[in-house]
Write a protein that binds this ligand. Structure first.
Ligand SMILES: Cc1ncc(COP(=O)(O)O)c(C=O)c1O
Length: 389
């Protein structure tokens, strides 16, 4: 049975061509640390780390590549940003579509006296940016928004929010876990203060590498969560104050950076526009097919306008987990069932607590994959005798 991978919202598979080779090249041929030694292999690795920052700078139209910090993933990146910037007495604003990578740090911060307000999105997951206005308080410090929902794919209006934040003097932090590599994200145009990214989803890189981009102002004012060896200013026991060393204590994930370097090279070569076009073609086919099946309710937007390739389905009178199980067991189709670490998004979409089966096609899926998926869903519903609508 051919494996049909439709779980790119969780992590992309396969990775971009050359990613596996690049990781292997580091492990087999380089192996040495950066910023600590002056010999040949170490300098070669330093060059790749430098180039990877430059590539990320190009991807996000961000000029200060030294202000791009590597972490394990976007969760770590968001923790750095939220815990480094928000202090007791501060207030921040989030949307109701946020992932737990934002909500759990905020719940921890709440214990320490940081308040947050949640703006409700509509039942398609869309946010009215003017809603932010009603939540602003004298102590509001930041707005944190996911660029696109990991549950239903709705793209949030970050450019409007950024403009608004700039006018009101609020920091604007964006979670690009679901959009980096497929949408054009322009740090300057969006008027972001910080963008967090993860390497293993639509950036088509390996797991274990992500990070954040920050303005010089934030770089200077934000506290670091982690301190330790950087290979620089070793005569001091204090953390270096300059970038990126201030936030990059300990050995970097160099195999991950090598893999991300290869993935970014691939994305630069083929371009985000063609990546997006292909994903939307697959998504359109998937949505049209699913909408025509009796017993299927799409959570969120029903056509391709304003969305990514993430499509969530509630199989109304069936157990969603059973459908996902059958898709995998009998047809080799990999989806993700449940609440996708975003309970508030599911509440917004009226799919809480049952959750949804999430189909997330990616760059390497084919039309045939989608056709097989649609016929398999049809067959499963027939087998289970779905009667709704
Ligand atoms: C919107 C969003 N934010 C954050 C995350 C967390 O990503 P990671 O596990 O790479 O830190 C995810 C992953 O599911 C996501 O979809």
């Amino acid at each position: 049975m051919k494996r049909i991978y439709l779980d790119n919202g969780a992590t992309s598979y396969p990775k971009a061509p050359g990613v596996g080779d690049a990781v292997k090249r580091f492990i087999d041929d380089i192996g040495s640390n950066v910023n600590r030694s002056g010999y040949t292999g170490s300098l070669a690795a330093e060059e790749v780390v430098f180039e990877t920052r430059e590539m990320l700078g190009r991807l996000f139209n961000f000029d200060h590549s030294k202000n791009i910090v590597f972490t394990m993933n976007i969760t770590y990146g968001l923790n750095f940003l939220l815990k480094g910037l928000l202090k007791p007495g501060h207030h921040c604003i989030v949307s109701s579509m946020e992932h737990n990578a934002v909500m759990r740090p905020l719940m921890q911060l709440k214990e320490k006296g940081v308040e947050f307000s949640r703006i409700m999105c509509d039942a398609t997951g869309m946010l009215d940016p003017t809603g932010i206005y009603n939540h602003i308080k004298p102590n509001t410090k930041a707005v944190i928004i996911t660029h696109a929902s990991n549950v239903c794919g709705t793209i949030l209006p970050v450019a409007e929010i950024g403009k608004f934040c700039e006018e009101k003097g609020l920091l604007f932090i964006i979670d690009t876990a679901q959009t980096a590599g497929i949408l054009d994200i322009d740090f300057k145009e969006i008027k972001a203060d910080a963008i967090a990214f993860t390497g293993h989803k639509s950036l088509l890189g390996p797991q274990g590498i992500g990070g954040f981009l920050i303005t010089e102002k934030i770089a200077r004012s934000m506290d670091t969560l982690i301190s330790g060896g950087t290979g620089s200013l070793s005569e001091y026991e204090e953390q270096p104050p300059y970038m990126p060393d201030k936030f990059e204590a300990g050995t970097l994930n160099l195999p991950g950076i090598y893999g991300l370097h290869a993935a970014l090279g691939y994305i630069e070569e083929i371009g985000t526009i063609s990546i997006r076009e292909k994903e939307l073609q697959l998504t359109e086919k998937l949505l049209e097919g699913l909408c025509s099946i009796k017993g299927v309710r799409i959570a969120g937007l029903k056509d391709i306008k304003g969305r990514t390739a993430v499509v969530s389905v509630d199989f109304k009178d069936l157990d969603n987990a059973d459908v996902a199980y059958r898709l995998d067991k009998y047809y080799g189709i990999k989806t993700r069932c449940g609440l996708h670490c975003a309970p508030s998004a599911h509440r917004t979409l009226n799919t809480f607590p049952q959750g949804t089966v999430r189909f997330s096609p990616g760059h390497f899926n084919t039309k045939k994959d989608i056709e097989t998926t649609l016929s398999s869903v049809n067959q499963i519903l027939k087998d289970l005798g779905s009667t709704s609508r």
